[in-house]
Design a protein around this ligand. Structure first.
Ligand code: NAD
Length: 272
C-alpha cells in the first residue's frame, strides 16, 4: 500500500534553490529542509544569502549552504551545480526561483530594462534547466533523475498593466518548462519539469508591485493600491508558505506523474 505521507518526504535528497537569500526562495529552502533534503541556496546577494543559509543550517543539522551565483552567467551555473554535488553528494531538485520584476508603462519601458528582465527571468531559467538536466540525466555528474521547478507567475498566464516585460518573461518560463519537460521525458532522463504560478505575495518584490501601482498612476495612493491589489485575489493576499508548499509538492514523489504542468497558486486571482 502506498504510504502517502512518505511520498511528501525528501530525506537524503539534495536541492538547489536560486535567488534564495530572501523572499520566496528562502521559504522554499525552509520547506525542502523540513522535508529532509539538503539545500544549496544561491543568490547574487552574498552577505544576505550566507546569513540566510547559516540560519537555516543551524535549524536543520547543517544541511544548508550558500553559493554566490548570478543566474545570467553560464559559468556560474556550471560552478553552482558542481559545488552542490561536491558538498552534498548528489542533485535531485532545482528550483529556478531567482527573478526580478520591472514595472513600467510599455510606452516608457527602456529597452535595457526589458532586456535585463529577459536576461534574469528567461536566460537564467534556461541556463538552470540546461545545467541541471546535464547533471541529473543518466550518466550525468549526479545521474539519478529529479525534479525541476520554475517560478513563473500568474503574470505568465494573463496580461497585467505596467508589467509587459515581466509578463513576457513569465509567459516564456511557462512554455520553456513544457518544452523541456516533454523532451526530458521522451529522452528518458527521469527528470520532471513543472512551473508554479503565484499571484501577489508581499515579499520585497510583491510590496514593490503594490507601490508601483500607485507610482504609475493606476491608483491615487499606496493605501488604495494595496486595497485594489488585494481585491484581485478572492482569498486575499497569500503568504510565502503557500508557494513553498506547492514547490515542495512538485519536488516530492507525491507529484511523480506530473511534468510540463502549471500549478497555479493565486488565491483564485486567475479564476475571477
Ligand atoms: P524577491 O525580490 O524578494 O527575491 C528574489 C531573489 O532573487 C533576491 O534574493 C534576488 O537577489 C535574487 N536575484 C535577482 N537577480 C538575480 C540574479 N541575476 N542571480 C541570482 N539571484 C538573483 O522576490 P520573490 O517575491 O521572492 O520572488 C521569487 C520568484 O517568485 C521570482 O521569480 C518572482 O518573479 C516569482 N513570483 C513572485 C511573486 C510575488 O508576488 N512575490 C508572484 C509571482 C511570482
Amino acid at each position: 500500500m502506498t504510504n502517502y505521507l512518505e511520498q511528501t518526504r525528501l530525506d537524503g535528497k539534495v536541492a538547489l534553490v536560486s535567488g534564495a537569500a530572501r523572499g520566496l526562495g528562502a521559504e522554499i529552502a525552509e520547506a525542502l529542509l523540513q522535508a529532509g533534503a539538503s539545500v544549496m541556496l544561491s543568490d547574487v546577494l552574498s552577505d544576505l544569502g550566507a546569513e540566510t543559509a547559516a540560519r537555516l543550517a543551524a535549524a536543520h543539522d547543517g544541511r544548508a549552504a550558500f553559493f554566490k551565483h548570478d543566474v545570467t552567467q553560464e559559468n556560474d551555473w556550471a560552478a553552482v551545480v558542481e559545488a552542490t554535488i561536491k558538498q552534498f553528494g548528489r542533485l535531485d531538485v532545482l528550483v529556478n526561483n531567482a527573478g526580478i520584476e520591472t514595472a513600467a508603462l510599455v510606452t516608457d519601458c527602456e529597452l535595457a530594462d526589458f532586456q535585463r528582465t529577459m536576461s534574469i527571468n528567461v536566460d537564467g531559467v534556461f541556463l538552470g534547466i540546461k545545467h541541471a538536466l546535464r547533471a541529473m540525466r543518466p550518466g550525468g555528474s549526479a545521474g539519478q533523475g529529479g525534479s525541476i521547478i520554475n517560478l513563473s507567475s500568474v503574470a505568465g498566464l494573463v496580461g497585467m498593466p505596467t508589467l509587459t516585460a515581466y509578463c513576457t518573461s513569465k509567459g516564456a518560463v511557462r512554455l520553456m518548462s513544457k518544452a523541456a519537460a516533454v523532451e526530458a521525458a521522451k529522452l528518458g532522463y527521469g527528470v520532471r519539469i513543472n512551473s508554479v504560478h503565484p499571484a501577489i505575495i508581499k515579499t520585497d518584490m510583491g510590496a514593490n508591485v503594490v507601490k508601483n501601482v500607485a507610482r504609475l498612476g493606476l491608483a491615487p495612493d499606496e493605501a488604495s493600491a494595496d486595497a485594489y491589489v488585494e481585491s484581485l485575489h478572492p482569498l486575499g493576499y497569500g503568504q510565502p508558505r503557500d508557494v513553498a508548499s506547492a514547490v515542495l509538492f512538485l519536488a516530492s514523489p507525491a507529484s511523480a506523474w506530473m511534468t510540463g504542468s502549471e500549478l497555479v497558486v493565486d488565491g483564485g486571482a486567475s479564476a475571477a
